[in-house]
Design a protein around this ligand. Structure first.
Ligand SMILES: [Zn+2]
Length: 158
């Protein structure tokens, strides 16, 4: 499943899929959409809110005092086919790669950090983590080896 974080919380409750259980995966495309994969059949459906959904919520909740309230009440009353457009899609990454193998562990030959769930990369027979393979979302500025300041200071800094 792919969805924004706020929507992901609601979807998790509705379909009992969770990041921590590895039954939900979040991809930040700045959109609200959810893709569901039947891992037995491979059928993959993407649900997208219809562009008219916010206006329609007002129709279903005319007593609402504001837009937020209208959406909260209206979305609960609105038929699903009026809420969502449904698309059949094909994943660009196989479901086996997305799910990977839980419990599998490897050690990166460069940084020495543990890599879980078959997320390692093999380059010319060498096991690397994605960061050392050049797929990092961050750039290392300094390696202090331990926290240089109290953790709450780091959290406050964002
Ligand atoms: Zn590494």
């Amino acid at each position: 499943m792919r969805a924004s974080c706020r929507a992901a919380d609601g979807i998790g409750v509705a379909v009992n899929c969770w990041v921590g259980r590895r039954t939900m995966r979040i991809e930040d495309y700045g959109k609200v959409a959810a893709t569901f994969v039947d891992t037995q059949t491979g059928v993959t459906l993407r649900l997208v809110p219809r562009p008219t959904v916010r206006h329609a919520a007002r129709v279903y909740a005319p007593q609402a005092v504001n837009k937020w309230d209208a959406q909260l009440v209206g979305y609960q009353l609105m038929p699903a086919d009026e809420l969502f457009e449904v698309q059949q899609v094909q994943l660009r990454t196989s479901i086996e790669q997305i799910i990977s193998r839980p419990g599998r562990k490897a050690i990166c030959a460069v940084c020495g950090e543990e890599i879980m769930n078959e997320r390692e990369v093999l380059r010319e027979g060498v096991t690397l983590c994605r960061a050392c393979a050049g797929e990092s979302y961050y750039a290392l500025l300094a390696d202090f080896g331990a926290l240089p300041v109290d953790l709450p200071v780091l959290v406050r800094a964002g």
